[in-house]
Design a protein around this ligand. Sequence first.
Ligand code: ZN
Length: 265
Amino acid sequence: MGDGIYPEPLARIDLKPMYQTLKRIAQGLLPTPLLQRYEDQLRALAARPYRGDRYRCNLCGFRMARFVELDRGDRLCPRCGSLPRTRRLWRVLQTEVDLNGQSMLHFSPPRSLAKQLARSPLAHYHRSDYEGEFAADFQIDLTQMSLADRSYDLLLCYHVLEHIEADQAAMRELYRVLRPGGRCYIQTPFREGEIYEDPTIQTPSERLLHFGQEDHVRIYSVAGLSERLRRVGFRVERRDFGPGQETDLGLKERETLLIAHRPRG
Ligand SMILES: [Zn+2]
């Protein structure tokens, strides 16, 4: 367009810097307790420029012209901060699982999903967070859970196992605390081929380089993780999602989750 200066169409203006600037200003101005107290109002303010009709968040109900685009291509809800994988998981739970009267334990629970589950017809909903990153009811070491055998019908273990060195111990524990017939919903970052791990890689910077995050200790493959789950007794169901589903939810075009079933009897 050499013949004039045209304003950018609204949808193409990158609003991410504005979102981040508002967040930074709030963090710089307010002490943490106040920040937590007014988090909802601050998020509402930061989300305002995103309002529109094209997309929606199934966790908080916000309708928007666009999501916040994160560096890895993940689309974050500006209102509640939900990630695509969390919106997908909620969609799966809503459409495929009868939550009525069930008991659930949720590891590292994102707030947006925890809020929905707390309102659901679950009989018991417990949240556990080991690192103190999320609001939780318990602080459970996954490799050594202080819970009775067969305590829960449903477990949510999303993006947790790739942080745990003794992952087979954690999987045995997941199996132990599940009731027969119960299910554990599992996801981690995945790669093609074999699991990539190396116990000599220990420093945060090396882990970032090799495993993609400073506190990850391996990268699973779908086949490799499934095999480890089977080794402790689970029957593993693989769910693959492709493009074209619920396009207004800002989901990933391709995504895999594993459902680990503890067989009955
Ligand atoms: Zn949302």
